[in-house]
Design a protein around this ligand. Sequence first.
Ligand code: DOR
Ligand code: ZN
Ligand code: ZN
Length: 393
Amino acid sequence: EIVHAGGAVALPGFVDLHTHLREPGREDAETVETGSMAAALGGYTAVFAMANTDPVADNAVIVEHVWRRGREVGLVDVHPVGAVTVGLKGEKLAELGTMRRSVAEVRVFSDDGHCVHDPLIMRRALEYTKSFGGVVAQHAEEPRLTLGAQAHEGANAARLGLAGWPAPAEEAIVARDCLLAGHTGGTLHICHVSTEGTAEILRWWKSRESAGRVSAEVTPHHLLLTDDRLDTYDPVNKVNPPLRGDADVLALRQALADGTVDCVATDHAPHAAQDKDCEWSAAKPGMLGLQTALGIVVQTMVRPGLLDWRGVARVMSERPAEIAGLTDQGRPVAAGEPANLVLVDPEAEWTVRGAELASLGENSPFEGMQLPGRVVATLLRGRLTAHEGKVRR
Ligand code: DOR
Ligand code: ZN
Ligand code: ZN
């Protein structure tokens, strides 16, 4: 088959360290299959499926199921993330070794949906993952500071009468876990960095000569949107961590440009219509991300001159692959090797329509926006998985 790609930019296939696929449990919001379609269309060749499924991916049965479904669908490499703790309360360490023995691909452990709250569990998880070169991914939130809080603490939350989710709720955990990573020599990945203060803590930590490696991701929505969107109670703007202020957005772009924040991860969080078309307080937090990530990165980073295309490859593919220990992704194609790559038309623009995205959920905060940078084709191990906006299987 001939792919016409005049003027296109070739990049290694994107790697998303943070995707919610909702299978098992909420197959009305997303499945491994529909999420894989969205990933291929968005230029991704690998995604990490977060553990807050129902039941939680805290055991071998669930991680095996997600891993097997990803293989059967075959559009993108689906890497299951194992939960650090058992169930949703997060009080007891899960049997990390059992999960890893059943699916050797499990390299990343996390407790997304609620952070690894207990510092002793965090310490043990860092020590365990260190034993095989794995990573603990931390949803950075001190839950005692965000109890009942639903929006960034500031004027907009106050005007709408929403309780505030303060920046220290994130920054306290980031600082704590950097110190624990240093102490244990383990490897920590900070999910969805959202505040200027977190960027400063990371910059300080990375400037130190110390044991323990720390990496961090930022979402496309935190690179573009601010809590100015909170002029009404539209639940499409509800997300954890919340949309922050202008200074935070600018600091996050700068931190991504200078490597303080390593990569972009989508936190793709599809929700069924009834969980978004409802009152703010009842709505679930989260936004679609897989098909719009590239466009937002081009708009917020490439167009203003903060990243060149080499930089896009670094933050969308190379660094996430390195962080997760993938050796077959995130690098240029060697001669004769089946390619994991994405071809991008840097000039083409397209308009986001949530209903037309491959995800079952339609909760895109970018509805109606015109985004630059269109995926022409995605190839997984040399096989076309998406071409001109259509999935190929
Ligand atoms: O907005 C969010 N949605 N943040 C999270 O941490 C979890 C995610 C979800 O699972 O919907
Ligand atoms: Zn999270
Ligand atoms: Zn998440």
